[in-house]
Design a protein around this ligand. Structure first.
Ligand code: HEM
Length: 257
């Protein structure tokens, strides 16, 4: 009986316990996971994305520019063929007489122009710089002065001395002339040295400022030829020393091209 009771006894009610939480990650395992995440964006992946973007840009540029450019029309200076070739050549050093050979008169030679001693190959524009071209008078020489003054007959020379005078104009020129007369009056009478020194300093400063404008104009043209898509730098022209020769006057002639 006792055995029977035991056999028929209903099993005790069990309370359902929540499933045990998974064991938390040990420190080592979590490091491994971080490593896996960072492995997910590797350098190779970045390179892949960049290559993809580059490829898309090349394709779009090709279509948009009608097959003319894969770089949206931009040609980096040192990727231009002539500039690349020049990187491996020693720069030319010419005298003024040698430079004259490259005026375009001899069709077997390139056309060179020079500005501020730097020589550029402008053979790509024979209609402009060749014989009879609109600016053919610039070819085969360093005519820096004419580039600033616009005097294409009288100023075909590299001699820039005195050219700053062209930037002293109007009221400033009037004042400058007055000061010059005062200087010569005071000097001839031998009085007021300090006033003379003061006036001379003022006139020098004025010329320095004006010279800055000459330099700006020259640098504008140098940059123009240097950055031009089809022209390229080839070397230097060496000019004779001009010290001791008279400073040129400003031109009076025709300024039209
Ligand atoms: C300081 C005065 C000037 C200088 C130094 C100068 C210089 C030049 C140069 C070097 C070029 C050729 C650019 C190239 O290689 O593509 C040029 C082109 C040109 N310039 Fe002048 N210029 C001056 C004034 C003028 C004036 C006043 C006019 C108008 C009356 C003018 C009209 C032109 C024209 C129409 C072209 C294009 C010519 C062509 O592509 O064949 N320039 N200029």
């Amino acid at each position: 009986m006792a055995e029977d009771t035991i056999r028929n006894r209903r099993p005790p009610l069990t309370t359902t316990l929540p499933a045990p939480a998974p064991p938390s990650l040990s420190v080592d395992e979590s490091d491994e996971t971080d490593a896996n995440i960072s492995k997910g964006i590797s350098v190779i992946d970045i390179l892949r994305v960049l290559t993809g973007v580059l490829l898309l840009s090349v394709i779009f540029s090709w279509f948009v520019t009608d097959g003319e450019s894969i770089t949206w029309g931009y040609k980096p200076k040192y990727l231009r063929w002539n500039n690349l070739k020049n990187l491996f050549k020693p720069p030319l050093l010419l005298t003024d007489e040698q430079l004259l050979q490259y005026s375009g008169a001899n069709p077997s030679l390139p056309i060179y122009i020079a500005i501020n001693g730097s020589v550029f190959d402008v053979s790509a524009s024979p209609q402009t710089y060749g014989p009879g071209g609109a600016y053919g008078f610039f070819s085969g020489r360093d005519a820096s002065r004419a580039f600033v003054s616009g005097c294409f007959k009288e100023d075909l020379t590299w001699d820039l001395r005195g050219l700053e005078e062209m930037y002293i104009t109007g009221d400033v020129r009037e004042q400058d002339d007055k000061e010059l007369s005062e200087i010569s009056r005071l000097e001839s009478s031998g009085e007021n040295d300090s006033r003379v020194r003061y006036l001379k300093k003022r006139r020098d400063r004025r010329r320095k400022e004006a010279w800055g404008q000459v330099e700006k104009a020259i640098s504008h043209w140098e940059k123009f030829f240097n950055n031009h898509e089809q022209y390229f730098y080839v070397g230097k022209v060496l000019h004779p020393d001009l010290s001791g020769t008279p400073v040129r006057e400003l031109c009076k002639g025709d300024k039209k091209p």
